[in-house]
Design a protein around this ligand. Structure first.
Ligand code: NAX
Ligand code: ADP
Ligand code: K
Length: 594
């Protein structure tokens, strides 16, 4: 599992390292520049063999300083290098100034004021264009004139680029490192070389589109924000992601191994939980059937579709391993839930927007709310307190399988596993689609009934209906950096709702009211745009429900299901329809060695 950094966290880590006396800012800058050169030679080995040409556009801060280091190293390697500086050399911060001067012993720096034209310009057709304009210090929109915009934004293959490779240092200029939003004219990179850790902005929103491919170079800072040596941020401030397919032996993998597979011989189906998926009426049962298939394939011991009597034959004629039962309205649901073995519910897909849906949701939440002192609905709606210690793992529900022993050795992780964000009640509920939209007029009614065993899975439209003020902040065009991000929005929503929220999209963000947060990125090597197909969200809801039935904590269930959902899409490939997702799970499990 990779930990992602905000600009402020990156600065705090750097400053702590510098203050400790172990490293200087100048050394870090040298390593950063060296990392960029290494990365381009690794990516394009042909660049390392013969002399090539580069243009480096440096900005007024330390990102510009990295650019001067790159210029010097390439010149020493025998390249022709042309350097432009946007800003006043006298005002460069100290480390950048030193590197400006070091470069000055090898070559000239041309002032960039909106044009790359210069009478003495020598490098007519560069092989690499380096963007060292702005990094994590971008505070306002980039506006450097049309010539810059043309150079920065030209799309690969449009004839302007030819063999010219665009390389962004740390983060493409114009991309907000915390939110992935665009501030002014953005730089469109073929490759971005970042340092120490990926930034939120590499994964969110426009981040993947603008970054091209992100390579992270170690610059000798202490490993991982969770290491405790420096940047010892509380869990409530951390964001993790398993976006790199080679990082499979991470927390997601461990969870999948220990919880999806149970290595005991004496288990029976009820030890794997019983999921109940509620369906809409005749002609509207497909979504619930998709969810049910997801729940069963991911490992729930039993899955029942509860539907109105009028839809019973429609459901019964199309399911086999999945059971179905008539279940009319809230009284019917309350009665069904007298069977305490039902430990996970899913409401929303195909449920419709009638009054019944609201009553069903409220009945489900009432019947599943944890009982006993200190466990009333909304108990997780705690105030965000970065100084608070990480929450202790809570007890597991008794009706589920005992956790399996840790799997065998795994590659060294940069961080210790995160503690679980508080206890979960014995019964958990996933609310999706119509179960969310039904509360558009009065979300507070829903929030008052939610409890910490719930997971809400809105897409952007549903999110806006429940959290219009938060969505407005998120959707507002960025005017300053760091801008409000999908991570900020999902965390704020989770705190307000008092439960786990999985905010869907290619950059799915999962947040718990404690602040714990992860991003399931379907970008870069995990890009699977064919997941945007009717019903794929229904399957995801079912997969989360299945993992909840297996006893996972809502935050873990949501993250693990989202990750597996993307894995299924990658494994199947283009042409996928929602029905294919659950059917691909066995193959994905096998590939994971389960
Ligand atoms: N501090 C360190 O020790 C290290 C920093 N490194 C580099 O330093 C970068 C961060 O440096 P800085 O904090 O100096 O920030 P940046 O270099 O990203 O930019 C900050 C400067 O740009 C100006 N600025 C911001 N947005 C602007 C806009 N739209 N138009 C015009 N000017 C604008 C600011 O006023 C400030 O002068 C990182 O991204 C990384 O590349 C690396 O060398 C690693 C070590
Ligand atoms: N471009 C994309 N790349 C990867 N996954 C995507 C993309 N767009 C949407 N998804 C995922 O596809 C699913 C769609 O869910 P949803 O919008 O609820 O659709 P439906 O209601 O048809 O089931 C979500 O899991 C979402 O994260
Ligand atoms: K940059």
């Amino acid at each position: 599992m990779t930990e992602l950094l905000t600009a402020a966290q990156m600065r705090a880590i750097e400053q702590a390292a510098i203050a400790s006396g172990e490293v200087t800012g100048l050394e870090l800058m040298e390593r950063a520049g060296r990392g960029v050169v290494e990365a381009i030679f690794e990516e394009w080995p042909e660049l390392a063999t013969t002399s090539h040409k580069a243009v480096v556009l440096c900005g007024p801060g330390n990102n510009g300083g990295d650019g001067f280091v790159v210029a010097r190293l390439l010149k020493e390697w025998g390249w022709e290098v042309e350097v432009f500086l946007y800003g006043d050399p006298e005002k460069l911060p100290p480390d950048a100034k030193v590197n400006y001067e070091r470069w000055g012993e090898l070559g000239e720096t041309f002032a960039f004021s909106g044009t790359f034209y210069h009478p003495e310009r020598r490098v007519a057709y560069p092989d690499v264009f380096f963007d060292a304009l702005f990094g994590i210090g971008l505070t306002r929109p980039v506006d450097l004139g049309e010539e810059y915009a043309d150079t920065a934004e030209s799309v690969p293959g449009d004839g302007l680029r030819g063999n010219l490779r665009h390389v962004a240092i740390d983060i493409p200029s114009g991309l907000c490192s915390d939110s992935g939003k665009v501030l002014g004219a953005p730089f469109l990179a073929d490759m971005t070389v970042t340092f120490h850790g990926f930034k939120h902005g590499h994964l969110l929103d426009f981040g993947p589109t603008l970054s091209g491919k992100v390579i992270c170079k170690d610059i000798g800072l202490p490993a991982g924000v969770g290491s405790g040596a420096f940047g010892n941020f509380p869990y409530s401030d951390r964001v993790t992601s398993a976006f790199d397919r080679e990082l499979q032996f991470d927390q997601v993998m461990r969870l999948a191994k220990t919880r999806v597979k149970t290595p005991h011989d004496d288990v029976h189906k009820y030890t794997h939980g019983h999921a109940l998926i509620l369906s809409g009426g005749p002609g509207k049962t497909g979504a619930a059937r998709l969810a049910a298939r997801g729940a069963l394939r991911i490992g729930a011991g039993l899955v029942t579709v509860g539907c109105p009597q009028t839809a019973l034959w429609e459901v019964a004629s199309q399911v086999t391993a999945i059971m179905c039962r008539p279940l009319d309205g809230a009284p019917g649901l309350t009665e069904a839930l007298e069977d305490e073995r039902i430990n996970a519910l899913c409401l929303g897909p195909g449920l419709g927007l009638g009054a019944d849906t609201q009553a069903l949701v409220l009945a489900a939440l009432k019947a599943t709310a944890p009982r006993g002192p200190g466990s009333s609905p909304g108990q997780d709606r705690s105030e965000h307190n970065p100084a608070a210690p990480a929450p202790e793992p809570g007890p597991r529900p008794t009706s589920t399988a005992a956790p399996a022993p840790e799997p065998g050795p795994r590659p060294a992780s940069t961080t210790p596993p995160a503690p679980e964000p508080g206890p979960r009640p014995a019964r958990a509920v996933v609310l999706d689609a119509d179960a969310l939209t039904r509360f558009e007029r009065n979300p507070q009614v829903l929030f008052d009934a939610l409890h910490q065993g719930c997971v809400l899975t809105p897409h952007a439209g549903e999110f806006k209906r429940l959290f219009p003020d938060i969505a407005e902040k998120l959707d507002a065009p960025a005017t300053t950096g760091p801008a409000y991000s999908k991570v900020d929005a999902t965390r704020e929503a989770a705190k307000r709702a008092g439960c786990t929220i999985l905010f869907k999209g290619p950059d799915t963000v999962i947040a718990h009211p404690s602040g714990q947060c992860s991003i399931n990125s379907s970008a870069y090597e995990r890009a699977a745009p064919w997941l945007a197909t009717a019903g794929s969200g229904d399957v995801l809801s079912g997969m989360i429900t299945g993992l909840l039935a297996r006893g996972l904590h809502p935050f873990d269930a949501a993250g693990t299901a989202a990750w597996l959902h993307t894995e299924c899409a990658l494994s199947f490939g283009p042409g996928l329809i929602a029905e294919d997702i659950p059917e691909e799970l066995p193959k994905v499990f096998r590939a994971l060695g389960l």
